[in-house]
Design a protein around this ligand. Structure first.
Ligand code: PYC
Length: 309
């Protein structure tokens, strides 16, 4: 399989250009179902060890179904499939530009959860116009075993998130504390799922703003228990939906989202349906190409299909 690796704000993306599973045609949501049912071993072979790691997000390029799209893309990780992926979309756009298939301008991409577009700037920055995002539950209270009550919101930003403010019980939102943050975020996810929000597979903990002009800093736990090295594009979209719903960020106003590694995305939104709390978020950041490779699948290799998580 021919792949190109990149990272966006520290978070890796592996774009599969050739040799991936043939998923046929039809809407991308149907093709993900086929991927999961018939070709899941490819997912593991591409992103899991020994070729990848639990932080790698795979991006299979396919023919689009939606009109006017240049390509379709299906994102996946160490344990399954993602609806959308913000940092991954920036990686896909940077990869297409690296291959000379894209000039600065806008490209529309079909995904299992809707059409997104990536706007490539002259300096390599990519602005992702993400799927419509919204908060679906406010001030949800869950009891976390050995920890106590945690309050947060449930929101859609292309994936499902539970967003809570990090408090002193969790420690600081910084790299030196990722083990503790991972542990608590994992337990929060379990409590949120048990409370009836079974679709939530990402947990976003936000540090309290420490002063005017200071960007929001987050820690995002991904479905396979790896933390996002980037500020998470879909997580930032979910955050914008919450800020918009609370009247804390005006339409068009800039939001700088910092990750636990210190990397940053810029975000903004416009209302799609104010009464229903639906926004159209835009997330901007930059991806860098790190490798061009051919992945070999050797039937004699006991770990040919990856070490499954
Ligand atoms: O950037 O949307 C994102 C993302 C999701 C999971 C990892 N990164």
């Amino acid at each position: 399989m021919r792949v190109i690796d990149s990272h966006t704000a520290g978070e890796p993306t592996r774009v599969v250009l050739e040799g991936g599973p043939a998923l046929g045609d039809g809407p991308l949501a149907d093709r993900v179902t086929r991927f999961r049912a018939d070709f899941d071993a490819y997912r593991s072979a591409i992103v899991n060890e020994p070729r990848g790691s639990d932080t790698v997000v795979g991006a299979l390029l396919v023919e689009p179904h939606a009109a006017d799209c240049a390509a379709g893309v299906i994102f996946f990780n160490n344990v399954g499939y993602l609806g959308m992926c913000g940092h991954g979309t920036m990686g896909v756009v940077a990869t297409l530009a690296h291959l000379g298939r894209l000039q600065p301008g806008t490209v529309r991409l079909d995904t299992p959860v809707g059409v997104v577009s990536g706007q490539l700037g002259e300096q390599g920055e990519v602005a992702v116009h993400n799927v419509a995002s919204r908060r679906t539950a406010r001030d949800v209270r869950v009891q976390v075993a050995g920890f106590g009550e945690v309050r947060g919101d449930v929101a859609w930003g292309g994936n499902w998130f539970f967003l809570a403010d990090a408090d002193e019980r969790m420690g600081r939102v910084e790299r030196g504390n990722v083990e503790a943050l991972t542990d608590i975020a994992w337990r929060i996810r379990g409590a949120v799922n048990a409370a009836g929000y079974g679709d939530v597979d990402h947990v976003e903990l936000s540090a309290a703003a420490e002063g005017a002009g200071v960007p929001g800093r987050n820690f995002v736990l991904c479905p396979g228990k790896a933390y996002d090295r980037s500020p998470c594009g879909t997580g930032t979209s979910a955050k914008l939906a919450c800020l918009a719903a609370d009247g804390k960020l005006a339409e068009g106003a800039p939001w700088v989202q910092e990750s636990v590694t210190g990397s940053r995305f810029r975000g903004t939104y416009r209302w799609v349906d104010r009464a229903a709390g639906v926004i159209a978020p835009t997330i901007a950041g930059r991806a860098f190409i790190t490798a061009e490779s051919v992945l070999r699948l050797d039937a004699a290799d006991p770990f040919c299909w990856g070490i499954k998580g």
